[in-house]
Design a protein around this ligand. Structure first.
Ligand SMILES: [Zn+2]
Length: 310
């Protein structure tokens, strides 16, 4: 796990990218809203239908607490919540061995306990006060399907064709998921460890962070396309990328991950309008439990495929 979770105390409009927080003196603590949005509703594909229900694990708990789930490590929990292992240990003196935490164990989360409703499960969080607007006015959203001039700048995120269609099975966008949720992306099946490349030029918004079932996600802003969350990437095989880093179309940015409890591997591909840039993509409300700028990526993926393999 990298120390790359990001704060969400961003007033509108969002910045191009968010620097990773860390134990840096003077750095503002991450807003508690961040991990609510990030962790309460993990990706739960239909192919996870037989996996243990993990949704709402946090929401039933008191603010500032966390219930250890299967596969968790202190490092991962620290990453996800914008804190450090040592801070967690300090807040939880009952932990004698940091390598031995057990499922169901309650942890206090440092930095979240003193806030007002830090881990509140309410879907509508009070927005942080707006900060001073940046000098440039924000660009308008381009949520719609893209025009042809960007097409030559696009490429499929895998070097090889995925092993199943992203338009049927449990893989398609909108496919019903457990708890009434709908699938917020398309799944591109590929062998574990397959290389993943950037579909277009862009900039890393958020380097890999814990996403779901032992896998990570990576967020890239591709101008003219939108924000892409490359989900279910490997947490063990990693490409070193940092927030703010520019990437070129076709650049190797990650590896396909392995879903621990399912033994399956894929890219879970999500697309958002650019106004989602720097925002919490996983949210409590709506059928998809995603940021409202979520876009059906099927046409884009169709286009990527056609441009790359036909
Ligand atoms: Zn998926």
């Amino acid at each position: 796990m990298s120390n790359d979770d990001t704060p969400f105390d961003l007033g509108p409009p969002p910045p191009i990218f968010i620097p990773p927080p860390g134990p840096v003196a003077g750095a503002p603590p991450p807003a508690p809203v961040a991990f609510v949005a990030r962790t309460v509703v993990p990706e739960t594909p239909a192919h996870a239908a037989h996996a243990p229900q993990k949704i709402m694990a946090l929401s039933a708990k008191a603010p500032g607490s966390y219930t250890v789930k299967s596969g968790d490590t202190l490092g991962a929990i620290a990453d996800t919540h914008g804190t450090t292992v040592s801070a967690i240990l300090k807040a939880n003196p009952q932990i004698s061995n940091p390598n031995q935490i057990s499922v169901g164990q309650q942890l206090k989360l440092p930095g979240a306990s003193s806030g007002t409703g830090g881990a509140s499960p309410q879907p509508s969080q009070p927005k942080p006060p707006p900060k001073k607007p940046p000098p440039k006015k924000p660009k308008p959203d381009k949520d719609d399907d893209k025009d042809s001039k960007t097409e030559h700048k696009l490429i499929f995120p895998l070097w090889k064709k995925p092993t199943a269609s992203w338009k049927d099975g449990p893989r398609y966008f909108g496919c019903p998921r457990s708890g009434g949720r709908k699938h917020g992306g398309v799944d591109l099946y590929a062998p574990f460890g397959s290389k993943i490349r950037a579909i277009a030029d862009g900039v890393i918004i958020r380097p890999p962070y814990f996403f779901y079932d032992g896998t990570n996600a990576l967020e890239v802003y591709h101008p003219g396309v939108g924000v892409v969350r490359y989900g279910e990437i490997s947490s063990s095989k990693r490409v070193s990328v940092r927030a703010g880093q520019k990437v070129k179309r076709g650049e190797h940015i990650a590896y396909v991950g392995l879903l621990d409890s399912l033994g399956m591997s894929m890219i879970h591909f999500e697309l958002y309008g650019e106004r989602a840039r720097g925002q919490a993509l996983t949210q409590m409300s709506g059928p998809y439990r995603r940021h409202p700028a979520l876009v059906n990526p099927t046409k884009l993926v169709d286009k990527l495929y056609k441009l790359t393999f036909k």
